[in-house]
Design a protein around this ligand. Sequence first.
Ligand code: C5P
Length: 235
Amino acid sequence: MKRNPIIVALDVSEPSKALDLATELASVVGAVKIGSELFTSGGPEIVRRIRATGASVFLDLKFHDIPNTVAKSVAAAVQLDVQMLTIHTCGGGEMMRAAEESAQKTAATLGRRPPLVLGVTVLTSMDASNLQEIGLVQDVGTQVERLARLAVQSGLRGLVCSPHEVSILRKHVPDDFALVTPGIRPSGPAGDDQKRTMTPKEAMAAGSTWLVIGRPIYAASTPKTAAAQIVQSLS
Ligand code: C5P
């Protein structure tokens, strides 16, 4: 069977609602994403309960701190048995190496597969003037490529990026490197805050490994049907 590349973002504040969604969707999607809003309200317990539905979990807390602290946070995430997690690449090479090493070592100690530690480059909410504001003079694309190369050198095995960045990033990363893309809309552009979208099929054709999809699934009248239709659209 082909791997299911759909990750549903559970961007709801109520842990009970997130658990209901995970229970409904576990059998039709590849993974579910727990972000900082849900984690802050539901804590590690919501991660354990969602894992218990059988769903793979992407813990999207975008760690960015000194290497020692990030390594310990990654170890705690591995203890929670998550399958993917995020760190900020602008934390630097030493921080990224510490994160990847901690994922490998903690997983080996527990006899688990290490989670995919994904680097976040430049947030898609930032443009050139936002970068300049924090002292970065490069344009967004140059900065994304620079951080992607550093992520590869630092041993990461995946990145989160816009589907529009995938083709250029593929030139800088190994063949088996994971590129995880949000900004996906099943029927073309939607009237929300995602500005540059691709359909699931377009994003896979561009070279995405995983697709992060939130509102088109969790806000649908029947999330399971919406997810199944998206999976169907890929074949
Ligand atoms: O509802 P929607 O499909 O837009 O959700 C996309 C998910 O991906 C959200 O959880 C959002 O925070 C996340 N994300 C994003 N753009 C990025 C990074 C993460 O939309 N650049």
